[in-house]
Design a protein around this ligand. Structure first.
Ligand SMILES: [Mn+2]
Length: 404
């Protein structure tokens, strides 16, 4: 063998060794035990906003809300038959009090359907209030008192809850920056994270208190099911990131089997105030209502309400992703929502977890529609100068029925 051939054979023998030495032993994303799929922020589709159409060739129009209908209940369907606004200039020009934003996101609940929530609420126009007649309990017509608009839907990345958070937060912030109250119609409860953070972006971290109606506490940590955000986690993120102080976080309606001991300990460590159905069973709804109204007044001057429809008993709201028996009735929930929205400086409201696909009786959509209108009525009462959340219409009760 020539020396050249010997060298060649030696080199060939070394190749497998080089291959082994040259291997990168950092965990692969497909590694069974160490896998992770980090978000690729360099991906051209990462930013949902970048996929929006170019409005450069749209016809010029004066800023301000506009009606998409021809006659009432015809044309393009909007929330409660309201006019449309699509940018902050419209809100400012129209001196808008309330802008209702749809957020069709349901990957965070792990069940298809809540993404149909916004359009189901738009289509449920017939559930009273649409025509602007006064609310019988209060004599106030929110449609006459408030300038409210449909702000369209948020862009959503249907394959990623994480990627959908920034556009929702930006739109909520945009509405709040004009002084209008954002009302977000979900969508699943992941939305509470961008909704409350977007409001806190305007009013300041720790300057907003939250009343959270829910059967569940939704404060699972970052490690929950390996996800960073889902409908089980928004509260944890809001507290850990410092948007809301625990002592200003008030929960209503907890029941069933979640959280367990660990979750209650976390809430206590963070000075949460919570009202379980156990407390309501022991002390009665009226007593607990008084406590909640008092606590709402004992906190920051700005209040946000998060309404997970599953706080209602499934008899009233079976059309939801995680129903839990033993909940509130509509007759308990409505006056409290109305009272909170009347007595407090409300800076945001969300309705989440309505799933029309499992709502065959239409019950959930109907009751959810009315819950939003109870809040709108409260905001309108406040605007007309009524400060008592328990105020009732003299025409329908005080003058007609003698005091007991
Ligand atoms: Mn929830």
């Amino acid at each position: 063998m020539t020396s050249t051939k010997k060298l060649f054979v030696l080199l060939c023998a070394l190749i497998p060794i080089w291959i082994v030495i040259g291997q990168d032993f950092t965990p692969s994303i497909f590694d069974r035990n160490n896998g992770s799929i980090p978000l690729n922020s360099n991906d051209p589709t990462y930013d949902v906003w970048s996929q929006l159409r170019d409005p450069a060739n749209d016809p010029d129009r004066e800023p301000g809300p506009f009606y998409p209908g021809r006659l009432r209940n015809s044309g393009v369907q909007t929330f409660f038959g309201l006019p449309i606004a699509i940018n902050p200039e419209d809100l400012t020009a129209g001196d808008v009090d309330v802008a209702i934003l749809g957020a069709p996101l349901d990957m965070g609940v792990g069940m298809r359907g809540a993404a149909f929530g916004p359009d189901a609420i738009r289509e449920s126009l017939g559930v009273g209030g649409g025509g602007g007649l006064p609310h019988m309990h209060t004599g106030v017509s929110w449609k006459r008192e408030l300038k409210a608009v449909d702000y369209g839907n948020s862009p959503i990345d249907r394959f990623s809850v994480e990627r959908s958070m920034p556009p929702v937060r930006e739109l909520v912030r945009e509405i709040a920056s004009t002084g209008a109250i954002p009302i977000v119609i979900g969508g699943d409860h992941s939305l509470e994270y961008p909704d409350v953070a977007g409001v806190a972006d305007i009013y300041g971290k720790e300057n907003v208190g939250v009343i959270h109606f829910d059967a569940h506490y939704d404060a699972a940590s970052e490690g929950y099911s390996g996800h960073l955000i889902s409908h089980a986690q928004p509260v944890f993120r809001l507290i850990e990131e410092g948007h809301v102080l625990g002592q200003n976080y008030i929960q209503v309606g907890l029941r069933g089997y979640w959280p367990g001991e660990e979750g209650f300990e976390w809430m206590r460590e963070n000075n949460f105030r919570y009202h379980t159905m156990v407390e309501i069973e022991r002390d009665g709804w009226d007593v607990v209502t008084e406590r909640i109204l008092a606590e709402a007044n004992d906190g920051p001057e700005h209040l946000y309400i998060s309404l997970d429809i599953d706080v209602l008993d499934p008899a009233y709201a079976a059309g939801t992703g995680t129903p839990e028996p033993g909940g509130l009735t509509t007759r308990e929930l409505y006056p409290l929502i109305r009272g909170l929205c009347t007595e407090n400086n409300l800076v945001g409201f969300e309705l989440v977890e309505v799933n029309p696909l499992v709502d065959p009786g239409y019950t959930t959509v109907m009751n959810a529609n009315r819950a939003v209108q109870e809040c709108l009525t409260g905001i309108a009462m406040r605007k007309t100068g009524i400060t008592d959340g328990a105020y009732l219409n003299p025409l329908t009760v005080e003058d007609a029925v003698p005091d007991p």
